[in-house]
Write a protein that binds this ligand. Structure first.
Ligand code: N01
Length: 530
């Protein structure tokens, strides 16, 4: 790393950090990216578990800031597997010559605002100190692994893994007895693959989850060509949808349809695969009885696919479908028909202990060679709060956020001048296709820094009033959706002691973008600049 003083320090070299670096460099700012891993890719660098792939289709889960890039890169499957997305991230880094401004193997431990100098002082685990006028946290929404404390874990003599920190060399489960804890997206993707390898697989399920088939397969070259020929229009259409994804939405109410019409619609969407399922009717996320019709349909599918009725019943979720993030799978329900797979229902009684030889649950000892924690992440706030971030008067972010995250637009916080978060809490982020949301934030931040430079200004910070108003608005909007009604990581329910606040902005990508544009058009409304 040459030099320690920069215009901007960016934390994280995932898609957000890489594109931020590219933009800033193009504008003549000096910038340095600090990355904990030894390579780029963020989420796709860490999550190397078997079966990891994106649940947004490849032709949409990609950058659009460079037309040459989107025209020249070819995806091989409808849903890209993790190794291919990581190759793409590396391609982006090489293509735009990003590595020379990224320092790898460097975990940021603290960032403190020096009020006298209007600069951020950033410290790393390796003992380096950097300073920058601006600091951009590109730390990801799902990047701080959640490792539940279960009594006896340290006594286990077998191997322990977390899906979000998977060994780079891979893991061979052949002939092994494996226990998986969790049934979220990571588990649902990896269980079918681990089941094919392991001698025995025990799935410890606390809450059954909904998943719909991906129907993944090779990407038809003719389809890829057609999308590329029409990319501008398709990307724009995607961005006009609440999730920033081009999916077919049916506005009709599920309750206005006859049972036969509903069945036809759900069957068609089940056959299509992926998130389009939740677009079957316009009121699925707003009206409980409408949601029940979709949930009943999926429970019917589970009963059809899973041969043992008791297992099918135990696998059947009872909560609102789409309340937790819907999973997209390849052969998940079918996996429970395998003789080497056992579902262990721990919904009534939590896992009692981990012993030297396995997991104790429901009064029984399950002998295991390996335990896989598919237990998710301290989402949205975890990666930020694991860094000691201090703003004016030495205020710690963890104190400011004691009752839940407060941010203006998920972009910046009152009391923390010149600090930006990419896809922070209070922005649509995880409820959208992440790539366009990242690009929108990066472009907004880059434009803001260009504005400050043009005006000869050194400091930007949201006002407390603007922040409070946005937090209140985000909370009010969350209340109209069924999504805020269940114990999900969206509300921090998966982390003991975490305040229950619906963290992403649910008002939709178009409304959010409009608000960000309006803030700029009104001279950075809600911000104090100096
Ligand atoms: O994590 P999760 P994830 N004892 O939090 C269980 C994205 N993603 O890594 O529901 C027993 O969803 C927990 O149980 P419960 C996507 O946005 C995307 O799977 O809290 N069980 C739950 O079943 C996703 O939503 C992709 O009762 C315990 C599971 O662990 C997000 O990342 C792929 C437990 C955690 O599920 C997170 O997904 C993967 C305990 N003590 C991830 N603690 C794609 O693009 C937790 N659990 C496809």
């Amino acid at each position: 790393m040459s030099g320690t003083d920069f215009d901007v320090v960016i934390v994280g070299a995932g898609f957000a950090g890489m594109y931020m670096l590219h933009r800033l460099r193009g504008m003549g700012f000096s910038a340095r990216v600090l990355e904990a891993g030894d390579g780029v890719g963020g989420t796709w660098y860490w999550n190397r578990y078997p079966g990891a792939r994106c649940d947004v289709e490849s032709m949409q889960y990609s950058f659009q800031f460079s037309d040459e890039l989107q025209q020249q890169w070819n995806w091989s499957e409808r849903y890209a597997p993790q190794p291919e997305i990581l190759r793409y991230a590396n391609h982006v880094a090489d293509r735009f010559d990003l590595r020379r401004d990224i320092t790898f193997n460097t975990r940021v431990t603290s960032a403190a605002f020096d009020e006298a100098a209007d600069r951020w002082i950033i410290e790393t685990a390796g003992g380096a100190t950097l300073s920058a006028r601006f600091c951009v946290m590109a730390t990801g929404c799902l990047s701080a692994p959640n490792k539940p404390t279960i009594e006896g874990l340290e006594s286990f003599r077998g191997a322990v893994y977390h899906t979000g920190e998977w060994p780079h060399e891979g893991v061979d489960f052949s002939g092994k007895r494996v226990g998986v804890i969790g049934t979220g997206s990571s588990a649902i993707q990896s269980i079918p693959i681990m089941a094919r390898q392991a001698a025995q697989l025990f799935v410890f399920q606390r809450t059954p989850n909904y998943t719909v088939p991906a129907h993944n397969g090779p990407l038809d070259p003719a389809y890829q060509k057609a999308v590329k020929a029409d990319y501008a229009r398709l990307r724009a259409r995607a961005k006009s949808n609440p999730g920033g994804i081009d999916l077919s939405f049916n506005d009709r109410s599920a309750l206005s349809a006859t049972p036969e019409e509903r069945r036809r619609e759900y069957e068609a969407r089940w056959a299509e695969g992926g998130f389009a399922f939740m677009g079957a009717f316009g009121d699925l996320m707003f009206v409980q009885e409408a949601n029940d019709t979709a949930a009943d349909f999926v429970r019917g599918k589970i009963r059809e696919i899973v041969k043992d009725p008791a297992v099918a019943e135990a696998l059947s979720p009872r909560n609102v479908i789409g309340c937790k993030r819907l999973c997209v799978d390849t052969g998940y329900w079918e996996t429970f028909n395998r003789p080497n797979v056992t579902l262990v229902d721990v919904s009534d009684r939590p896992i009692e202990a981990i012993t030297a030889t396995g997991v104790r649950a429901n009064g029984r000892d399950y002998e295991l060679d390996a335990i896989v924690f598919a237990t998710g992440f301290d989402a949205m706030t975890g990666a930020l709060l694991r860094i000691d971030i201090r703003g004016v008067h030495g205020q710690a972010l963890k104190d400011k956020w004691r009752e839940g995250p407060k941010s203006y637009l998920g972009l910046a916080m009152a009391g923390f001048p010149n600090l930006f978060t990419i896809t922070g809490p209070g922005s649509p982020s995880v409820l959208t296709n992440m790539l366009p949301s990242i690009e929108q934030h990066v472009d907004w931040i880059a434009d803001c820094l260009a504005y400050l430079r043009r005006q000869g200004l050194k400091r930007v910070e949201p006002s407390r009033e603007a922040e409070e108003a946005w937090v209140a608005h985000a909370r009010d909007v969350a209340g109209i959706s069924l999504r805020a009604t269940c114990s999900s990581w969206y509300v921090g329910a998966n982390i003991p002691g975490k305040p229950r606040v619906f963290m992403p902005y649910i008002g939709g990508f178009p409304a959010y973008v409009q608000k960000c544009q309006q803030v700029v058009a009104n001279g950075y409304e809600g911000f104090t600049v100096a």
